[in-house]
Design a protein around this ligand. Structure first.
Ligand SMILES: Nc1ncnc2c1ncn2[C@@H]1O[C@H](COP(=O)(O)OP(=O)(O)OP(=O)(O)O)[C@@H](O)[C@H]1O
Ligand SMILES: [Mg+2]
Length: 599
């Protein structure tokens, strides 16, 4: 940008001056507006510029409140005196009966004409505050476009920029996010149902997928992202009953998550019923039997090095039938009695019956086939590395075998164990990343759609508690290892608070529920809390973006993605208006019985 343009941005003439600063706080100022016509032009959330004490600096602010009152009469706009305006005293700078037009402005950053060879820089810091009597100017029309262009072009030197949409303030200005900062500090994407979250995810992922070495995983609970196609996407599905029948495996895009991949805590919370009075004994013997079974595998495979160091958490294949047999033996075990020749019941005799029944029921449950059945290769020693390569390698590492954005369809995983399955997978990814040599670590982002289902707040169930803990850990330590979370939910108040509080970026779409709005309000910096008033009135596809990744806290209209997710919005009235409909209920009932969709 040339030097003449530099001047053009904020070279304000006195005629357009809005007014002067009357009161200064750390991050906000009150400006008295000279005339009513100027006041009428102002709108809440518009941008203004304020003179700084340094000549090359201009402070940028957002209009937060507009107030008009009369010197002696009580404020008509606010029956209750407003504390922001009250502090000035109504007659402090105007005679009785005179109009007082006051505007509260929140300072959001500094615009600097020139630093060294760089021109037109916007910084989110406030090194100075305006002086009393400093002039305030509107940023609109050409100046707004020029300013927004500066904001847009400040891409932070990233090779390829992340374009998300256009600013509502100026629809010609494209809104870019810093891709680095968005993923470094995790992100939250919230909005009521139908506000446009899934479309925003599609928009983000499309841009991720276009990078030559992209690496992201999307957890798709309803199978709504199937339409996202193109060279950058690869689709997987957690095996459902029909995939088991057809013996589909990883090469067909079908993922089996064998039970032996689960850590100790996860397997105990799934297999042992804590309300059983024998639960502690059951957990202990189960862990012991599992360790024995793992040892057998390792011995058979000659993995001596692993054999000496493995723990109950180590993902090593074992035969679940061996474990059940071992438990059955303990359950009926008799030991020599006190008197020679007599026998008495062993320590665990009869205490494992319910555990064994539970285990057997799980093993034969077709819905859990992705854990306990499946082709032999899914239970081989190499299964885990194959899975890791399929899900965690960047585009170029996978060469012809796959792409950088991996969409995993969890729609056939039973909802009661969904938290456990998703968190086990996430934790596995995190652990493998931790164990990857530092120089070879390839950063990966996990997009968690419908996060309230598997990263819940509070102890809704034991399974959910274990799941949330895994995600808490990733949210706290992920940054160091290059694992980013993008938490997507329609109910932020039901998503784990620790995970949310670790996120440094917010993309908030229309939110109508007061409880959910409050969660977002609490997470926003104080000065921007006024911004959240917009949450309920945003349009579909509009978002407030605040955080590290966005230079300005801004209202953005998200661009439509090229491939639209199947959002499952059913047009009731239209469907009811159709003359004929295809019968489907008979087949549905059969599918329900068979626990399988296809055929
Ligand atoms: N950026 C956009 N521009 C225009 N229309 C949009 C945009 N985003 C979403 N929509 C419309 O809104 C509908 C719902 O969007 P979407 O499926 O993304 O909602 P959602 O927030 O994910 O809802 P849910 O929480 O129920 O999953 C879409 O089918 C589409 O018609
Ligand atoms: Mg959605």
């Amino acid at each position: 940008m040339s030097a003449t343009q530099t001047k053009a941005i904020f070279d304000f003439s006195d005629e357009i001056r809005l007014g002067t600063v009357k009161s200064v706080d750390t991050t906000s100022v009150l400006v008295s507006i000279t005339s009513l016509s100027q006041l009428l032009k102002l709108q809440v959330n518009r941008l203004v510029a304020l003179q700084s004490s340094r000549p090359t600096h201009t402070l940028i602010g957002v209009v937060q409140k507009i107030n008009r009152s009369y010197g002696s009469a009580p404020s008509k706009l606010n029956e209750k005196p407003d504390e922001d305006f009250e502090s000035l005293g109504e007659t402090s700078f105007a005679g009785a009966g005179a109009e007082i037009n006051l505007v509260k402005i929140v300072l959001i950053g500094t615009f600097i004409d020139k630093i060294g060879s760089k021109e037109n820089i916007f910084r989110r810091t406030l090194e100075t505050v305006p002086d009393i009597e400093a002039a305030c100017f509107p940023i609109e029309s050409d100046r707004l476009t020029a300013f927004m262009r500066v904001i847009s072009e400040a891409g932070g030197g990233e090779l390829q920029r992340l374009s998300i949409g256009h600013y509502t303030l100026d629809e010609h200005a494209e809104a870019f996010l810093s891709g680095n900062r968005l993923f470094q500090r995790h992100a939250v994407l919230v909005g009521s149902t139908g506000s446009g979250k899934s479309w925003t995810v599609a928009r983000l992922l499309e841009q991720v997928a276009s990078l030559p070495n992209a690496n992201a995983i999307l957890i798709d609970v309803h199978g709504e992202y199937a339409p996202l196609n193109g060279s950058g996407f690869q689709h997987f599905k957690i095996a459902g009953p029909s995939d088991l029948d057809a013996a589909r495996s990883l090469k067909d895009g079908i993922i089996h998550l064998p039970f032996w991949l689960m850590g100790y805590e996860d397997s105990i919370s799934m297999l042992v019923d804590r309300s059983d009075q024998n639960a502690p004994n059951q957990s202990m013997i189960l862990a012991k039997k599992i360790a024995e079974a793992k040892r057998i595998t390792l011995t058979k495979l000659g993995k001596t090095e692993v054999l000496t160091n493995f723990t109950s958490d180590s993902p090593i294949p074992f035969d679940i039938r061996q474990v059940i047999e071992g438990l059955e033996a303990e359950d009926v075990k008799m030991v020599p009695g006190a008197k020679a020749g007599t026998e008495k019941a062993g320590e665990l005799n009869g205490k494992l019956t319910r555990l064994i029944l539970r285990l057997k029921a799980k093993v034969s449950d077709r819905r859990l086939g992705f854990m306990f059945s499946g082709p032999e290769e899914a239970h081989s020693y190499e299964a885990l590395e194959n899975l890791a390569i399929a899900l965690m390698a960047g585009t170029s590492q996978k060469a012809s075998t796959g792409s950088g954005v991996k969409i995993i369809d969890f729609s056939e995983v039973p909802s009661d164990i969904l938290p456990l399955i998703v968190s086990s997978l996430a934790r596995l990814i995190f652990s493998i990343q931790q164990w990857t040599e530092k120089q070879k670590r390839h950063p990966i982002a996990i997009f968690c759609d419908e996060a309230h289902l598997y990263i819940p707040e509070g102890q809704t169930s034991e399974l959910a508690g274990t799941a949330s803990r895994s995600f808490e850990r990733i949210s706290k330590e992920g940054r160091k290892y290059g694992v980013a979370l993008v938490v997507i939910s329609q109910r932020p108040s039901e998503v784990n608070k620790t995970v949310l509080s670790q996120c440094g970026n917010f993309i908030a779409m229309r939110l109508t529920n007061a409880e959910d709005q409050n969660v977002i309000k609490r997470m926003m910096p104080d000065t921007l809390s006024g911004f959240t008033e917009l949450l309920p009135i945003l349009d579909v596809g509009e978002a407030l973006i605040v955080g590290d990744a966005s230079l300005l806290p801004s209202r953005v209209r998200i661009s439509k993605p090229v491939c639209e997710p199947a959002s499952l919005t059913v047009p009731f009235w239209d469907r009811w208006s159709e003359a004929t409909i295809e019968p489907g209920l008979k087949k549905a009932v059969e599918s329900l019985r068979r626990q399988s969709q296809s055929r």
